[in-house]
Design a protein around this ligand. Structure first.
Ligand SMILES: [Ca+2]
Ligand SMILES: [Ca+2]
Ligand SMILES: [Ca+2]
Ligand SMILES: [Ca+2]
Length: 434
């Protein structure tokens, strides 16, 4: 165990004999193990020192006791302040400056007060001597080209003179310069933004104005308002106008929109095409189908042409531009009535008036023979007589055959051997073959 020696550690060592404590400290021996001074000894430091052996000189300057820029000099259990010019006192706390020194800067007004002087800064400056420009606009808080205007961030109210309210660069009041804290007013903002004409609103001109919603837009002639960030635009499509606000008429004729020889007239808005004959449509782009109205009558075939039509009246019986004029087939010799018949003109056709006895559309059939009946009757009578003779003869032959009363069956030889002359069978006519 420290501080003891011997076989049973029972002999206390006299540590203080070797002067372990520094800087004039008092050394105390510990005599009883486990009690007050178990280490064996203790250094009782003088004021201004610390540490186990009082080896450390305490730095009294550490708390920066010297005010107003005074230089601190550390001593033993004390400090001394070397004050700058015009400052006095232990801690340089006394300000002996007066307005005579004209220390206020940047156009500030100087006021003599009990301890020194005070500067009333002009707007835009702060600090004890108004030496710092504290224009919060320097931080550019106003966006989107909003114009920033600096306003003092703090002021003292009521009985406290305004001039005593100094603004630090961060624009909070130096409260200590106000007599009473409650009298010092800090504005939330030390600036204001003028957003006029920026298209934005809000404290910092960051909120887009929807000009289409507010109606604060100049889109004309039914141009469609389109909101954009910081402004708006006008969609002039379909209006016939152009320009930022759809106010300039488009001369559409410049682009030669009218087709097929049409003439173009610029209007405000729009334009107009005057079509050449035979064309139609807004741009005269369509060739008119003159056949569409069915101008060809009586089955005439219509053929469309430019700015007109033609009727093919072939085989209709009509003629003329619209196949409306009847063809007089009888006079133009266009009929086929047989000679001798009379042509009668009809609308779209003709007919043939046949002479007596002639028939057919064209009276082409010969006259009927009924007018000379002997030409038919005589051949018919001859024919009948012929039939009668044949019949009588046949009857006579049949009667003769029945008189024979028998039948003849030829032998096989008769059937197949034609060489046998019929004379071999010559018998009496009355003899019957069996
Ligand atoms: Ca906008
Ligand atoms: Ca136009
Ligand atoms: Ca046509
Ligand atoms: Ca006719």
């Amino acid at each position: 165990m420290d501080g003891y020696e011997g076989k049973l550690c029972g002999v206390d060592i006299a540590e203080c004999d070797s002067d372990p404590c520094m800087n004039g400290a008092t050394c105390l021996e510990s005599r009883t193990p486990g009690q007050e001074f178990f280490v064996g000894y203790l250094c009782n430091c003088r004021n201004g020192f610390e540490g186990a052996h009082c080896q450390v000189n305490i730095d009294e300057c550490e708390s920066s006791p010297c005010l107003n820029g005074g230089h601190c000099e550390d001593g033993v259990n004390r400090y001394t302040c070397e004050c700058p010019m015009y400052f006095e006192g232990t801690d340089c706390e006394r300000d002996t400056r007066t307005c005579d020194l004209a220390l206020c800067q940047n156009g500030a007004t100087c006021i003599d007060i009990d301890n020194g002087f005070a500067c009333r800064c002009v707007v835009g400056y702060g600090g004890a001597l108004c030496e710092s420009a504290i224009n919060s606009c320097a931080f550019e808080p106003c966006k989107n080209t909003g114009v920033c205007k600096y306003e003092r961030a703090c002021q003292c109210l009521n009985s406290v003179p305004d001039l005593l309210a100094h603004c630090k660069s961060n624009e909070t009041c130096e409260y200590e310069t106000c007599v009473d804290l409650k009298d010092c007013d800090v504005r939330e903002l030390a600036y204001s933004c003028d957003c006029l004409g920026t298209g934005y609103a809000g404290v910092n001109c960051t909120e887009d104005i929807d000009e289409c919603q507010t109606g604060d837009n100049d889109c004309s002639n039914s141009g469609r308002c389109v909101n954009t960030l910081g402004g708006y635009s006008c969609d002039c499509s379909g209006t016939g106008f152009t320009g930022d606000f759809c106010t300039e008429d488009i001369d559409e004729c410049d682009a030669l929109p009218c087709m097929n020889g049409a003439s173009c007239t610029n209007n405000r808005p729009g334009f107009e095409c005057s079509c050449a004959g035979g064309y139609q449509g807004p741009l005269c782009e369509t060739e008119t189908d003159e056949c569409a109205s069915g101008p060809c009558q009586n089955g005439g075939v219509c053929r469309d042409r430019i700015n007109g039509y033609a009727c093919n009246c072939n085989n209709t019986g009509y003629t003329g531009q619209g196949c409306t004029v009847d063809v007089d087939e009888c006079t133009v010799n266009g009929h086929r009535c047989s000679s001798g018949s009379t042509c009668v003109n009809l609308p779209g056709t003709y007919r043939c008036q046949c002479p007596d006895g002639y028939r057919g559309d064209l009276c082409e059939r010969l006259p009927v023979q009924g007018a000379q009946p002997h030409r038919v009757l005589i051949p018919a009578l001859v024919f009948l007589i012929f039939i009668l003779i044949i019949s009588v003869y046949s009857w006579w032959c049949l009667r003769q055959a029945r008189k024979m009363q028998g039948k003849y069956n030829p032998a096989e030889e008769e059937k197949y051997d034609n060489s046998l002359p019929m004379s071999a069978f010559e018998v009496d006519n009355d003899e019957r073959l069996v």
